[in-house]
Design a protein around this ligand. Sequence first.
Ligand code: AMP
Length: 443
Amino acid sequence: MEKQQEAARPASKGPKRQRRPRRKHNKSSANASGADTPTAEKTSNGELWSIKDFKVAEVEGKVRFHDMNLPDRVMRAIQTMGFEYCSEIQAATLPATLQGYDLIGQAQTGTGKTAAFLIAMISDFLDYPTDGDRANNFPRGLIIAPTRELALQIADEAEKLTKYTNLNVVSLVGGMNYEKQRQQLETEYVDLIVATPGRLLDFARSKKVMLNKVECVVLDEADRMLSMGFIPDVKSIIRMTPHKERRQTMLFSATFPKDIQALARQWTFHPKEVSVVPKETTNKNIDQVIYTVSNNQKWPILKKLIEENGSQRTIIFANRRDETRDLHEKLKKANINCAMLSGEVSQDKRVKTLAKFKDGSIQVLVATDVAGRGIHVDNIELVVNYALPDDPEDYVHRIGRTGRGGEMGKSVSFATEDDSFMIPEIEATIGTSIRCEYVRDQD
Ligand code: AMP
């Protein structure tokens, strides 16, 4: 990606977008003068919350949220969520995005990119409330994600970060109750919309949601939107929002193929560019092994693995829906507490399943790549690739479900003579070789 420095902004390149000056929030000097503005809600002991209730030590090499000059109400949510220090992508992007700069960010799931763009957007909306004459269905912020799961997870994080504010988050995602979403648009004030492209376009074309007052647009997982064929829809949506010089645009993508580079340039205005490439340590937390097996060895080995794993949370990835269905049936018959997450399962059911997996009432999840993408569940101990994926990037996504947040994880992949040719490509993608174990028939 071509770097663009603010200092190098050519004067002839049209008007510079009016950036809003940041308000001063609880800098330590402000605390000293008592200029703190406690949030309206009380803490459990009945006192008004103030930033003094959120203490995080200064540590060399780490960036605190306290150093970002964020509104108290956002800081309080950050404390409730248990965050202390900024992740790399947050530390690298917030100083620019909080000033209203556009952003092209290279970052994958797991880096904290969601909070990075949400904190910037929410802080701006709190600093600059609208004057009140806005109709319900004119959102200020728009976040577009390729899959329903990802959109709902973003909405969940947005709910948490707006917990102590009056900002209202609405998700408009395909496959879920259209009527309920329509009613929300009619009856509630909508500040942030989190949406998948198709459903949003339906609502925007029928003028049930109006995008011409949007102040900030986030495009998440742009490369996935491209591979899933959503770019024409996204283009139509973007055209309904204010001109790029009058909105803030943040685009995130794990990879930047030429098409995404071109769109990123087209949609952003003098963007800052930030890249957080996953460190090798991400993979070091995952003990990866490939079992070279014959097809009829897979099921008995899998069953043994799960039984040996006790109650550990496990995701099994299969390549096709019918494979997912078969496996789910077999697991159920073996009395293993499991559920299925694939395209043929209704959206409502998928959301419920995911919630049960999160709270531990389901131990094993059988998923396809699309359904499994962007699942943010901590403490998944084991990922099983029942078959190697066709795309090495999917291998990275799959095993990335485990070994998160510094925890150790394990991935077991089955390779048969049909798919072991994928191994070198996968190893090249992850930049390391994977331990292979040959399983003899009598095992
Ligand atoms: P994401 O990359 O946005 O999917 O975030 C991955 C996970 O990291 C989510 O569960 C977030 O809630 C969590 N997270 C994001 N930022 C931080 C932070 N600064 N400290 C701790 N956890 C975080």
